[in-house]
Ligand binder design. Structure first.
Ligand code: GLN
Length: 466
């Protein structure tokens, strides 16, 4: 198979398969070879061979935390090493039903906790634009694989930014849908009231196609609804009459090079007929503080199940049950996961619950109200996706707070349950900058249309395929 496929989006490859110019098996085999030759640490598992029924669409790279029947599914954690689930996550099953096959499982921060992919139990991932830099996290493997051309498209999960931030740092498109758009069944849980599955792709059209297949109400997830009107393919080339509220340009940590590209994108919005006005989200600045109480609180409950009895490796301990639990959890969890379990357990403990968890939930409600008020004035809230371009491996590992601030722009949306996309909008210091567009719940089709119009105008030109 020629490297011609590398230059094509997944939709373009699908069209060739459809026209009989390429078989799905050939496409799978080609991408399997690319994935197997990955040098960035993006994959934790690659399919051994081409499935007998290779489907009808290009294959997909799946973040490790999605359960796939018979395939290692470890959420990037040593505590699940060797775990092969007996069932497949609904999102992945929906893709399989649509004719997509699983190419491999991608590296990630352990249990999706991180912004750099350095918290993986299986080693970090390198950014294909500069291998001394992080790809972002926690869906860093999925983002790096798409950017480096070792996967035609990928899925990840976003709890506080883990699709949009790595998409931004790797120069690709990433979308977090409305909470409930995609079933969480079979996604190894981090923070259940925030976790959402979504696409990481080369362009907006591919993101719309994947989301259209992923979404849907699922009887196995009572919080799932699907996207009531489905996901039509985006076609817009103009933004006439649309109002964009820009948020967060005064933040001290915003790199000038990032601000420059975001401002250039705002100018494009106006050229395309849209209007831009500053918008206040008075509580959004407290998003990180609220998130880092709520997410660890939920994680501390979700991760209680890893005790060496139900899943994965079991440490011997001293021969009694308590020490078996303790030793297994000590050996299996990485430092960041242990930190979150401690923060979460503390925040939920009697006497502190109201002060921390209760207060954080109130902040969460206020953030949702901020967005609701903003959407009374504008159609979309836009911002940088990340205050900085991809940072150096190791640069923020010693300072958890600096790492947590990586998600300043992405955390408010999952707290409010609303959808947002990141699209590449230019380069700063030779590295990609992401532009974020958020809209009201279930406005995915409108967000994708606006992103499509902007994408055509920006003509980012792509990925550092090597
Ligand atoms: N970086 C954030 C965290 O560490 C968000 C992660 C995510 O969205 N899964 O929790």
């Amino acid at each position: 198979m020629s490297d011609e496929l590398l230059g094509l989006t997944a939709a373009e490859q699908a069209a060739r398969i459809d026209a009989g110019e390429l078989s799905a098996a050939e496409a799978f085999e080609y991408w399997r070879g690319r994935a197997a030759a990955d040098e960035l640490g993006a994959y934790l598992w690659v399919a051994d061979d081409t499935p007998e029924d290779a489907g009808t669409l290009p294959p997909i790279a799946v973040k490790d935390l999605f359960c796939v029947r018979g395939v290692p599914s470890m959420a990037g954690s040593r505590i699940l090493e060797g775990y092969r689930p007996p069932y497949t996550a609904t999102g992945v099953r929906n893709l399989e039903d649509a004719g997509v096959r699983v190419l491999g499982k991608t590296n990630q921060d352990e249990f999706a906790m991180g912004s750099s992919n350095e918290n993986s139990g299986f080693g970090p991932v390198q950014n294909p634009w500069d291998r001394t830099r992080v790809p972002g996290g926690s869906s860093g493997g999925s983002a790096a694989a798409v950017a480096a051309g070792t996967a035609p498209w990928a899925i990840g999960t976003d709890t506080g930014g883990s699709i949009r931030q790595p998409a931004s740092l790797c120069g690709i498109v990433g979308m977090k849908p409305t909470y409930g758009a995609v079933s969480r069944y079979g996604m190894i849980a981090f923070a259940s009231s925030l976790d959402q599955c979504g696409p990481l792709t080369r362009d907006v059209t591919d993101a719309a196609i994947l989301l259209g297949h992923l979404q849907g109400r699922d009887p196995c997830d009572s919080t799932s609804l699907g996207i009531p009107d489905g996901v039509p393919l985006p076609t817009a080339e103009r933004l006439d009459g649309l109002r964009f509220g820009i948020w967060g340009m005064e933040e001290p940590g915003l790199e000038p090079g990032v601000a420059e590209q975001v401002n250039a994108t705002l100018a494009r919005i106006e050229e395309l007929g849209g209007s831009v006005e500053p918008i206040e989200l008075p509580t959004a600045g407290h998003g990180i503080a609220a998130y880092y109480v709520i997410a660890p609180a939920e994680a501390s409950a979700n991760l209680a199940r890893y005790d060496g009895v139900r899943y994965g490796p079991r440490a011997a301990g001293n021969g009694d049950l308590t020490s078996l639990y303790e030793q297994t959890r000590h050996d299996g969890f990485g430092e960041e996961v242990r930190r979150r379990i401690m923060i979460g357990t503390y925040a939920l403990s009697s006497g502190y619950y109201e002060a921390y968890y209760g207060t954080a939930q109130k902040v969460r409600t206020r953030i949702a109200q901020d967005f609701a008020a903003a959407f009374g004035e504008v159609d979309f809230v836009v911002s940088p996706t990340s205050a900085t371009v991809a940072f150096k491996l190791g640069e923020r590992t010693a300072d958890p707070l600096a790492m947590y601030l990586s998600d300043y722009y992405t955390v408010p949306m999952p707290l409010a349950g609303i959808p947002a996309i990141s699209i590449p909008c230019g380069l700063s210091e030779g590295l990609p900058v992401g532009f974020q567009i958020a809209g009201p719940a279930f406005s995915e089709a409108r967000i994708l249309d606006a992103a499509h119009a902007l994408e055509k105008s920006i003509a980012f030109g792509g990925v550092p395929v090597t």
